[in-house]
Design a protein around this ligand. Structure first.
Ligand SMILES: NC(=O)c1ccc[n+]([C@@H]2O[C@H](COP(=O)([O-])OP(=O)(O)OC[C@H]3O[C@@H](n4cnc5c(N)ncnc54)[C@H](O)[C@@H]3O)[C@@H](O)[C@H]2O)c1
Length: 564
C-alpha cells in the first residue's frame, strides 16, 4: 500500500517506490554532469532539517569573486513519512522550515529557481556524485527521567547509520564534514572507525577525509547570517582533511569578516560546541534560585537584572523564562557527560555544574503550574476544569520552533492537574509535540511519559485568533516574549475574556503599569521572579479602600448637611 508524508500545511506526498530510485539517480547524474561542466563542485547535504536546509542554501548561494556560482548542492533526506515532504517542497523552491528570517525563503527560491544550484533528493545514490558531504542529521540525547540528565544517553543511531551509508557510497576523495553536534570524541572514535571499516570492505586503502565543524545557527530573524556571517571552528582527522575543510568553509562562509578557528583535533571542535552550550545553559539555570528568592521576598528580578546589566562585565546575564528549550541547550551538555563514560571509559563523576544546570532548566516550567494554581485559588477558582490559555508554544520569542519549549511542560503539568488548556501562537501552526505525541519527537520519547492524563492533548490545536482563544478563560499565561504579546492592553484582554482572570507572567512581559491595571480590573497577577506584584496588589487594594472610605465619609457628611 502506498505511504504518504504530510507537510505542515497538510499537503500529502506519496513516498517513493522501488522503481522511482533508478529514475531519480538518472536525473541526478544528468544534472551533475551539466554542473561539473560549469566548473561547480558537487556538495551533498545529508539531512535537510532546521540546520541542513539552510546550510544547503547558503552553500548553493556561494559565488566566486566574479559572481559565478561555485557549488551545486543536493539536499539529501531519507524518505520517512515524517520528513519526505521536505524534498518536493525544496524542489519547488519553497523553504521546509517556517522562520521569521525572510532571507531563508528568498535564498531557497533563488538557488532552486534562478541560479539552479540547489535540488533535493531521497536517494542515497546522490552520495556517489559528491565532492563534499555535509552531515546535518540529528544526534539526540534521550533522558530516562525528568530532571536527571545523568541517567540519559546519546542516541547515535541516525548518525551512525548515516556514516555507514556515506562510507558505502562516496568517492574516497570526498570530504565528509560532520556539522552535527556530537558527543566529544565521535568523529575520531566512532565516525572514523565506521568509515574505515566500510572503506576496507570496498577495498579502499586510504583514510576517510573526515572533519568536524559545528553549527551555531540561531533560528529566528537572523537565521541565514547566523550560518553564513558568523565565526566557525573546525578541525580534520588528518592534514589533508583539515586542508580541505578550511578551503571549503572559506569558499562558502564569510570568513573574511568572521575568521575561522582551526583546532588541532576534531575532539577539540566537538568539545568547543558542547562547552559553549553548557555555559549558556548554566548561566540561565543560575538565575532559577534567585527567581524563587525574588518571588518569596517582594523583589522584581527583571529590574534587578537590568540594574546588573548596566555593568559591562555582566551584560550577558539573562532572565531564564519558563525553562530553557530549543533543540540544543537541553541536550548538548548531556552529550559531553555521556561521552566521558561511554566513549572515553572514565568512571568518575566529574560533572556537577553542567548536569545541575540542565536538570534545573528541564524542570523550571513546572513552577509556572504552581503559580497558576495559586493565582486561581486566590480568585476562588479551582484549577481542575479551569480554562487556561497559554500564550506562546515555541521555545523563544518570535520563532516557530517548539522543540523542548517550557510551554510544553506547562501544558503537561496543568493538564495533569485537571486544567483545560488552550494555546495561541502567531508563529506555530501545529504543535506536533501534542498532535503527534506518540511519535514526536521520536517514538516513546515524548515528554508525555513523565505525566499522567495526557491522552486528550492529542486534540490540542494552536489557535491563531487571540480574541477567540481568550473568550471565557479563567487564566492566561504569558509564556513567550512574542512581539504581539508585549503590547497587549489589559482592558482589551479582560474584555475579550469576559471576566477578570488570573494572569501569569513567565518572562517579564508585563510592566508595572500593566500589572496595576490588571489588579484594578479585578484580576490576579503572578510571575516568575516577580515578587513585587504583591506590593502593587496592596497599593491597588489600599487605593480602593481609600476610595470607598472617602465616598462613605462624603455621603455621611451629605446626610449630616441634609439633616441640619
Ligand atoms: N536547530 C538548531 O537550532 C541547531 C543549532 C545548532 C546546531 N544544531 C545541531 O545541528 C544538528 C541537526 O539539527 P537539526 O535541528 O537540523 O535537526 P533536524 O531533526 O531538524 O534535522 C535532521 C534531519 O536529518 C534527517 N536524517 C536523519 N537520518 C538521516 C539519514 N540517514 N539520511 C538522510 N537524512 C537523515 C532527518 O529526517 C531530519 O530531517 C544537530 O546535531 C543539532 O544539535 C542545531
Amino acid at each position: 500500500m502506498a505511504e504518504y508524508s504530510l507537510s505542515p500545511t497538510g499537503e500529502k506526498f506519496q513516498l517513493p517506490e522501488q522503481k522511482d530510485y533508478l529514475e531519480e539517480f538518472g536525473r541526478l547524474k544528468m544534472l551533475v554532469n551539466n554542473q561539473r561542466g560549469l566548473g561547480r563542485e558537487i556538495v551533498v547535504v545529508m539531512g535537510v532539517g532546521f540546520v541542513g536546509a539552510v546550510m544547503a542554501a547558503v552553500v548553493a548561494d556561494a559565488e566566486d569573486g566574479k559572481g559565478n556560482s561555485t557549488k551545486f548542492v543536493i539536499g539529501m533526506q531519507r524518505p520517512s513519512t515524517r520528513s519526505f515532504w521536505k524534498i518536493p517542497l525544496i524542489n519547488r523552491g519553497l523553504s521546509p522550515i517556517s522562520t521569521e528570517d525572510p532571507e531563508v525563503a528568498l535564498m531557497i527560491d533563488r538557488c532552486v529557481n534562478k541560479k539552479k544550484t540547489l535540488i533535493a533528493t531521497f536517494t542515497y545514490d546522490a552520495l556517489k556524485l559528491a565532492d563534499v558531504v555535509i552531515v546535518d542529521v540529528q544526534c539526540d540525547f534521550l533522558k530516562e527521567s525528568l530532571g536527571n540528565v545523568k541517567n540519559g544517553r546519546a542516541d547515535m543511531e541516525a548518525l551512525e547509520e548515516s556514516l555507514e551509508i556515506i562510507a558505502a557510497n562516496i568517492d574516497p576523495r570526498a570530504l565528509v564534514l560532520i556539522e552535527t553536534t556530537v558527543a566529544p570524541g565521535t568523529t575520531e572514535q566512532i565516525a572514523y572507525p565506521i568509515m574505515k571499516k566500510m572503506f576496507r570492505k570496498r577495498g579502499i586503502t586510504g583514510d576517510p577525509l573526515l572533519a568536524h565543524s559545528y553549527e551555531r545557527v540561531m533560528p529566528g530573524k537572523n537565521y541565514v547570517s547566523s550560518i553564513r556571517d558568523f565565526w566557525r571552528v573546525c578541525s580534520g582527522v588528518n592534514e589533508e582533511a583539515t586542508r580541505r575543510v578550511v578551503k571549503f568553509l572559506n569558499e562558502v562562509i564569510n570568513t573574511d569578516k568572521y575568521p575561522l578557528t582551526v583546532l588541532d583535533r576534531p575532539i577539540e571542535s566537538e568539545t568547543a560546541k558542547i562547552v559553549e552550550n553548557s555555559f549558556r545553559a548554566t548561566i540561565l539555570a543560575f538565575l532559577d534560585e534567585w527567581s524563587l528568592f525574588a518571588e518569596h521576598n517582594g523583589v522584581d528580578l527583571i529590574k534587578v537584572i537590568n540594574a546588573i546589566k548596566a555593568r559591562p562585565t555582566h551584560s550577558n546575564i539573562m532572565f531564564p523564562g519558563p525553562g530553557i528549550g530549543g533543540y540544543c541547550l537541553p541536550k548538548d551538555g548531556g552529550l559531553g557527560v555521556w561521552a566521558y563514560r561511554h566513549i572515553h571509559g572514565f568512571e568518575d563523576d566529574i560533572f556537577k555544574i553542567t548536569t545541575a544546570a540542565i536538570d534545573i532548566n528541564d524542570t523550571r516550567a513546572l513552577h509556572v503550574a504552581q503559580l497558576t494554581r495559586d493565582a486561581l485559588r486566590n480568585m476562588g477558582r479551582p484549577i481542575a476544569s479551569a480554562e487556561i490559555l497559554v500564550l506562546g508554544a515555541s521555545y523563544r520569542e518570535d520563532v516557530g520552533d517548539t522543540r523542548y519549549s517550557g510551554s510544553e511542560l506547562i501544558v503537561r503539568r496543568l493538564t495533569e492537574m485537571g486544567g483545560e488548556i488552550r494555546v495561541h501562537d502567531p508563529y506555530v501552526l501545529h504543535w506536533w509535540e501534542f498532535e503527534k505525541q506518540d511519535e514526536y519527537p521520536s517514538k516513546a520519547h515524548s515528554l508525555k511519559r513523565f505525566f499522567r492524563g495526557q491522552e486528550k492533548l492529542r486534540d490540542l490545536r494552536v489557535e491563531q485568533d487571540l480574541r477567540k482563544a481568550l473568550k471565557g478563560c479563567d487564566a492566561v499565561i504569558f509564556a513567550v516574549r512574542h512581539q504581539p504579546y508585549l503590547s497587549l492592553d489589559p482592558e482589551e484582554l479582560v474584555k475579550n475574556a469576559g471576566v477578570p482572570l488570573a494572569v501569569i507572567d513567565c518572562f517579564g512581559i508585563l510592566d508595572d503599569d500593566r500589572i496595576m491595571r490588571y489588579f484594578e480590573l479585578g484580576c490576579e497577577v503572578k510571575g516568575l521572579g516577580r515578587g513585587h506584584v504583591k506590593r502593587i496588589k496592596d497599593q491597588v487594594q489600599t487605593r480602593k479602600e481609600e476610595a470607598i472610605r472617602s465616598t462613605w465619609s462624603s455621603s455621611i457628611s451629605r446626610q449630616a448637611i441634609d439633616k441640619s
